[in-house]
Design a protein around this ligand. Structure first.
Ligand code: 5GP
Length: 114
């Protein structure tokens, strides 16, 4: 797959505030936050989106979800509620082609999304 800005962030070539990091994933604030808390959690492995995951990615995918919960707790939105969004593909609005989970909270979020 083509390299992306998130690939550069994952490899540490672009500095971001690393809110959470483990062997599998990195979390950092979204550049254009849509809520008081808006964090992106990305795998270090370059994968386009969830549709690109294979059985060998089970541990990474699980770590991604656990990291979302860890970020929610760290930023104090675990009690009020958190939304985790995984856009996959053009119709879903994916713009960066490196898997990422949006962790959103800190205000009431409407549903359904547009
Ligand atoms: P998508 O629409 O692909 O699900 O979301 C991509 C997200 O990445 C958007 O919310 C956008 O604001 C964020 N983003 C794009 N480029 C950068 C960047 O260079 N740094 C950070 N921190 N976020 C970015």
């Amino acid at each position: 797959m083509e390299d992306t800005i998130f690939g550069k962030i994952a490899r540490g070539e672009i500095a971001v505030e690393r809110l959470y990091e483990d062997e599998w994933v990195v979390a950092f604030p979204d550049l254009s936050p849509q809520a008081p808390v808006h964090v992106l959690v990305i795998p270090k492995k370059p994968v386009k989106n969830i549709l690109d995951l294979g059985p060998e990615d089970r541990e990474m995918a699980g770590s991604l979800l656990l990291a979302c919960a860890a970020v929610a707790r760290k930023l104090g939105i675990d009690a009020s509620g958190v939304r985790v969004v995984l856009n996959a593909g053009t119709d879903a609005g994916q713009t960066v082609w490196h898997l990422h989970a949006h962790v959103l909270g800190g205000r009431p979020l409407s549903w359904p999304p547009g």
